[in-house]
Design a protein around this ligand. Structure first.
Ligand code: SAH
Ligand code: TMP
Ligand code: ZN
Length: 404
């Protein structure tokens, strides 16, 4: 029986998505290595952690050709400028030292670098790490683990703040990572991180947040349990309006600080939402199946009507949609994306051609299937001309619907 990566309890239930390729493996035609893993989500009844049962080895996902450059989105640039400034406002003492885990192309740490604050980014994907260095961000190319934490403390002294975004959800060995924080943080040090929020995933049935890289789907209940096993206490939570709904968590060593009222409020909200009950995940699975039926029916109808459909945004999320529902170029002609490294590739598993954004402008479809729905505001504003010319948007979260 597979068990929880945090507390070793047997899982109470599963959702099975079937065999999946690596979500970010955008490869030129003919280069599909045929790799698949069995994507199942388990719920732990003991520590409430929702997690992938099986995950590909990290080196398969994070490497010198990592496809995701954080700074591709201007909304995320603004978001991380604000995140950085919130953290800077809380730093105490002189000459503080900040470590970011998963610093990618330096989207957040660049603001610390610009302000002359001592900082270090830990980033295993060498291509994005190099982009950060080019911007003056000190970056160590490594997977963060307990040993890296120990080395940082030895080389730089105590760390005042560990910051991270959209990366703890990627790390299967979080218990060891938290031990690393315990080794390198100062007595008053803080951990501030944010990740897609389980409450939003369940509320919106945003099942496409589930893919190989996302091993954990955090809630206030599970984050508090996970850190408490290593001497940390959750003292604040703040919802964030990015990536379809995220939560920012602040943790300190136990007894350092009184938790804010938001922590208790969210614990209650999550129990009311039944995030701590196994049956919730069974009904989530049924909702995903219904979305799959509706989406396939809608796309088949468009095809019968002679309407052309193209995907907008070759997101990692799109891989879950394409594979769990078996979408093919027959139904979705191409996917346009602004990321140069994704151009002239096939979506993972060799399904649908990914083309430069210019193609969408020069050869617009009748309907755009919005895979990058988390950037909807930014994209819809940018594509006003498409909508004005009669173009429609097809969304599938929280349910299948057409705009306008
Ligand atoms: N923080 C950025 C990047 C998120 S993508 C943002 O929010 O936009 C996740 C990043 O974490 C990738 O760049 C990946 O290479 C990195 N990563 C994955 N495992 C890691 C680990 N164990 N330690 C540090 N970084 C890791
Ligand atoms: P994300 O959902 O993981 O943030 O990835 C967003 C993807 O969508 C990324 O590959 C870039 C692409 N994209 C566009 O093509 N056009 C846009 O305007 C935006 C915001 C993103
Ligand atoms: Zn558990």
């Amino acid at each position: 029986m597979p068990h929880c990566k945090i507390c070793k309890t047997d899982f109470a239930s599963f959702i099975d998505f079937g065999p999946m390729p690596i979500a970010n493996a955008f490869l030129p035609s003919g280069e599909d290595d045929g790799y698949r893993f069995s994507m199942q989500v388990g719920f732990c009844p003991e520590c409430y952690m929702v997690q992938l049962v099986e995950q590909p080895e990290p080196e398969r996902m994070f490497h010198e050709n990592y496809a995701y450059f954080s700074s591709i989105s201007t909304v995320m640039q603004d978001h991380f400028e604000q995140f950085g400034s919130d953290v800077r406002g809380k730093l105490q003492g002189k000459d503080p030292f900040v470590v970011e885990v998963g610093s990618n192309d330096g989207i957040m740490l660049r603001h610390f670098a610009d302000a002359g604050i001592r900082h270090l980014g830990i980033e295993p994907s060498s291509n994005v790490a190099e982009a950060a260095r080019q911007r003056g961000v000190n970056t160590l190319c490594a997977f963060f683990d307990q040993d890296v934490g120990r080395r940082i403390r030895k080389e730089y002294g105590p760390v005042d703040a560990v910051i991270a975004a959209n990366v703890f959800c990627h790390i299967p060995t979080m218990p060891a990572v938290i031990e690393g924080f315990a080794e390198m943080l100062s007595d008053e040090g803080v951990v501030v991180f944010e990740d897609p929020y389980l409450g939003d995933i369940v509320n919106k049935t945003s099942f496409d947040q589930i893919y190989d890289e996302h091993v954990f789907y955090y809630s206030v209940l599970s984050v508090s349990e996970m850190f408490s096993r290593h001497g940390f206490e959750l003292v604040d939570v703040e919802p964030q309006d990015v990536h379809g709904g995220s939560m920012r968590y602040t943790l300190v060593r136990k007894g350092c600080r009184q938790p804010s009222s938001a922590v208790a409020r969210y614990r209650k909200l999550e129990r009311d939402l039944k995030l701590d009950v196994s049956a919730t995940y069974g009904s989530f699975g049924s909702k995903v199946e219904a979305i799959g039926r509706d989406l396939t029916a809608q796309l088949t109808k468009f095809k019968a009507e002679g309407k052309r459909v193209a995907g907008y945004g070759a997101t990692s999320k799109s891989t879950t949609v394409i594979h769990s529902f078996g979408l093919t170029p027959d139904l979705v002609e191409y996917i346009s994306d602004t990321t140069p490294s994704k151009h002239d590739t096939l979506s993972p598993g060799g399904r649908i051609p990914v083309v430069p954004y210019e193609r969408f402008q020069a050869d617009p479809p009748d309907v755009a299937l919005l895979f990058a729905w988390n950037h909807a505001k930014e994209i819809m504003a940018k594509e006003e001309a498409f909508t004005r010319a009669g173009g429609q948007w097809l969304l599938y979260v929280p349910e299948v619907r057409l705009l306008p």
